[in-house]
Write a protein that binds this ligand. Structure first.
Ligand SMILES: [Zn+2]
Length: 430
């Protein structure tokens, strides 16, 4: 391909603005934006025609005219001086109607205005363009067999992102930016999507009667306090978020305490308008308000990728429970020693417990008890310390769940077992 011939052919056939011309050759020189590239190409053609004109005169007048009509100022001045009788009527760009730079400026202005509504460090701008615009650009590329160009959307995306970034002093990030703007060029409208913030911590539940998450069932009158609700009260105002989502590394029952180093969790703050907060004070604020029931450890920033990891880890992690229970008949020290030995290292086959059958499918889980100690407290009251795989239903391990958990403390002792109190005392690696 001869560059000058191609340029001549394009511009004599259709008027193109600098940016729309530059874009058709954009990969030839990576530096410069397409506006500058287009200008350079027009200058180049102008210079080449000047040489031609010296030698062959008239023929090149068509090219000067085309250049002048596409907005090239040197060509306009040249014609004024050398062919004052020739009439020049500026023609709008075939692709964009000479409105592309205006489109860019309008988009940038709208986005910068919208950006003042939220705090962020990274952003990305996406575009909705009139189809006809992209179609015309493609048509030019295929008609003149131009293989060095880039797509119109690329050009505009890059230009707008760069300009917005410079004006706001923020970083452009395509993958998972803090905020995503979508500019609709057809209606000159912009929407802002604020991505969630993820914070990681662990909680200790010092008393029973607290749910991990808010009740989401039909009965909206449930007033059981929840850790999620407490976090909401502290974090939503701090981050000016719209909502909060709790992701726990497993969960314990409402009546079960969570002690030791606590249970890890990730809290997702949805649509936060504020992002840069001193995390050192947040857990103190939480503990000041709710520390008599629930304590949290310092929060650290984390990513959405850690949510599925946290859930997977929870399954694998060993947990240690302390359970106080009653038996129907008195159990001897000898028997207690015997079940300690039987359960330590024992594989437990557990069908989905009756109490969760409504929410979960009926299947058999195989879990391991790594260690079990039993101690008599008084009369028919005993204490058990059990370390087992994550996901083992410990209440059922004790009472047997009508034979659905095998073996169980109840079946091994051949008596009924009633749980009085229970707490998680440790989560491995928590
Ligand atoms: Zn154009």
């Amino acid at each position: 391909m001869d560059l000058l011939n191609t340029l001549r052919k394009i511009l004599v056939s259709i008027p193109l603005c600098n940016r729309c011309l530059g874009r058709q050759f954009s990969s030839l020189i990576p530096s410069y934006d397409n506006e500058t590239k287009g200008r350079m190409l027009k200058d180049l053609l102008f210079m080449s025609e000047k040489i031609e004109k010296e030698e062959r005169s008239k023929k090149s007048l068509r090219v000067f005219k085309a250049l002048a009509e596409s907005g090239h100022d040197y060509s306009q001045n040249f014609i004024k001086k050398n062919s004052p009788g020739l009439k020049i009527s500026p023609k709008p760009c075939y692709i964009c109607g000479s409105e592309i730079n205006q489109l860019i400026n309008k988009a940038v202005e709208k986005i910068v205005e919208e950006a003042s509504k939220a705090e962020f460090d990274t952003f990305y701008v996406g575009l909705t363009l009139p189809i006809s615009l992209e179609e015309k650009d493609e048509k030019v590329k295929s008609f003149f067999k131009l293989g060095f160009g880039e797509a119109l959307k690329n050009d505009l995306n890059r230009e707008i992102n760069q300009k917005v970034g410079k004006l706001l002093g923020k970083k452009v990030r395509m993958k998972r930016p803090d905020v995503l703007f979508v500019y609709d060029a057809i209606n000159n409208k912009v929407t802002m999507q604020i991505n969630s913030i993820f914070l990681r911590s662990s909680y200790r539940k010092l008393v029973g009667g607290i749910a991990q998450t808010k009740w989401r069932g039909m009965d909206s009158n449930d007033v059981t306090p929840s850790i999620e609700k407490m976090l909401e009260e502290v974090l939503i105002p701090a981050f000016k978020g719209r909502k909060l989502k709790f992701h726990g590394a497993g969960r314990e029952d409402v009546d079960v305490k969570m002690l030791g180093d606590g249970r890890p969790f990730i809290v997702e703050i949805i649509e936060p308008k504020v992002r840069n907060i001193d995390l050192n004070n947040l857990h103190l604020e939480f503990n000041r308000r709710f520390g008599n029931m629930v304590e949290v450890f310092p929060f650290t920033k984390t990513s959405y990728l850690d949510v599925p990891r946290l859930k997977k880890e929870a399954e694998r992690r060993r947990k240690t429970y302390r359970i106080i229970f009653e038996t129907e008949r008195e159990v001897s020290e000898e028997e207690l020693k015997e079940i300690s030995e039987k359960l330590t290292g024992c594989l437990i086959r557990q069908r989905t417990p009756l109490r969760v059958l409504k929410r979960r499918g009926d299947r058999v889980r195989k879990k391991t008890v790594y260690q079990a100690f039993f101690k008599r407290l008084r009369d028919n009251l005993y204490e058990a310390i059990v370390t087992c795989s994550g996901g083992l239903y410990v209440k059922e391990l004790l009472h047997g769940d009508e034979g659905r958990t095998v073996p169980s403390v109840a079946s091994l002792l051949n008596t009924k077992v009633k749980i009085v109190e229970m707490e998680v005392t440790g989560i491995e690696g928590g």
